[in-house]
Design a protein around this ligand. Structure first.
Ligand code: ADP
Length: 353
């Protein structure tokens, strides 16, 4: 409906809410029945844990940002990249738990920790832990929340929506995978949901090119960068045209600053996920601009990734870039898939440590 009146808008929003709620309920019930009737079959395929975490990050960092929450994924570096198992079901459990964590948290942070707990001959024991600083769960409700259609408080549906099926499904799925779901929580302080999964070792060290697009990014398809906010400091009109075209396609939110001083001004008044910095610009060059950004007393500006855009790749330039507080170099002219891969990696690494 174009240009709806205020009360029509309210009705439309209510309708949208109920249809989304209904769809969620139907999907949950279908899943629940499948598990309960034993007709669920687990797949066993090679999968990249990095790929799953990357996907989870791209969905939830936007949701968390909307609520001003800090969302971090911390992955144990000793974990291998590849495993064998049902990655969809693993992702479903994690997604459900993070969704709840964000839903029931108004202030603070939500964290996903993935740790190697043990190594067996043909499998790894991996611990997944989702922690939030939200409303918490009363002691006497802790066991009940795993029952189907159960919510901790009677006003939960009205306040937060949901069906009361999510946790029951997670628990059943985990039981199906030979595991269990644990909860530790303090009212008003937050909750911690955790589970261990025994994931089989894979013969592969990474995904083949045709198995997942991130290795051969088809930048027309991926929406990894959707909603990410980037500042591009660049004065060359042609470069601006090219970079704009791709950033739009990848649904990145971006600002362009056509000289160093404008870039500094924008960095002072906005919060970006990263900055792309041309080195030769009028008014103030990229080196001085980066240094000036680092020296502002805004905490974000001390850590925000700043990547130089340059045609030269020599060792001298790399040293100078470091000296002036930049994190790395993206070479010009732009190769879209290379640019995409580099941006994804930078943004992803910022959150997965
Ligand atoms: P819902 O669809 O209501 O989220 P769930 O089965 O996922 O259903 O959760 C059941 C109930 O457990 C929720 O209604 C809420 O009361 C409580 N709960 C789940 N996760 C959290 C959390 N992270 N923090 C606080 N309460 C939670």
């Amino acid at each position: 409906m174009e240009d709806p009146k205020k009360e029509q808008l309210e009705n439309l929003n209510a309708l949208k809410y109920s249809s989304e709620h209904l769809l969620g309920l139907v999907n949950d019930i279908l899943d629940f029945n499948k598990i309960a009737s034993g007709s669920l079959e687990l797949e066993e395929r090679d999968f990249s844990l990095e790929h799953i975490l990357n996907g989870i990050h791209s969905i939830f960092h936007i949701k968390a940002k909307e609520k001003n929450l800090k969302f971090t994924i911390k992955k144990d570096h000793s974990l291998p990249e590849m495993f064998k198992g049902d990655s969809t079901r693993v992702a479903q459990v994690i997604t459900n738990l993070i969704n709840n964590a964000i839903k029931f948290t108004e202030k603070g942070r939500v964290t996903l920790d993935v740790d190697l707990a043990d190594e067996m001959q043909d499998a790894y024991l991996v611990e997944f832990k989702i922690t939030d600083t939200g409303i918490g769960i009363p002691k006497n409700k802790k066991d009940k929340i795993f029952n189907s259609f159960a919510q901790a408080n009677s006003d939960t549906t009205r306040k937060y929506g949901g069906t009361g099926l999510g946790l029951a499904i997670c628990k059943k799925l985990l039981e199906f995978m030979g595991s269990d779901l644990f909860v530790d929580s303090k009212v008003g302080k937050g909750s911690e949901f955790s589970f261990f999964l025994s994931l089989k070792k894979s013969d592969k060290t990474s995904l083949q090119n045709n198995e997942y697009e991130i290795d051969t990014p088809d930048c027309n398809k991926l929406d990894n960068l959707k909603g990410v906010k980037i500042l591009v400091a660049e004065d060359n009109k042609l470069n601006i045209l090219v970079i704009k075209k791709f950033l739009k396609k990848w649904q990145v939110n971006f600002d362009i600053a056509e000289n160093g001083l404008l870039a500094l001004d924008k960095a002072l008044t906005n919060s970006y996920d990263m900055i792309l910095m041309d080195l030769q610009m009028p008014v103030m060059n990229g080196f001085d601009t980066s240094m000036a950004i680092r020296e502002t007393n805004i905490p974000l500006n001390k850590v925000i990734p700043i990547y130089a855009l340059s045609a030269s790749t020599g060792i001298d330039i790399k040293h100078k870039i470091e000296e002036f507080g930049m994190n790395g170099l993206i070479t010009k002219p732009f190769n879209p898939s290379e640019l995409y891969r580099t941006l994804s990696k930078i943004i992803f690494n910022k959150h997965v440590s």
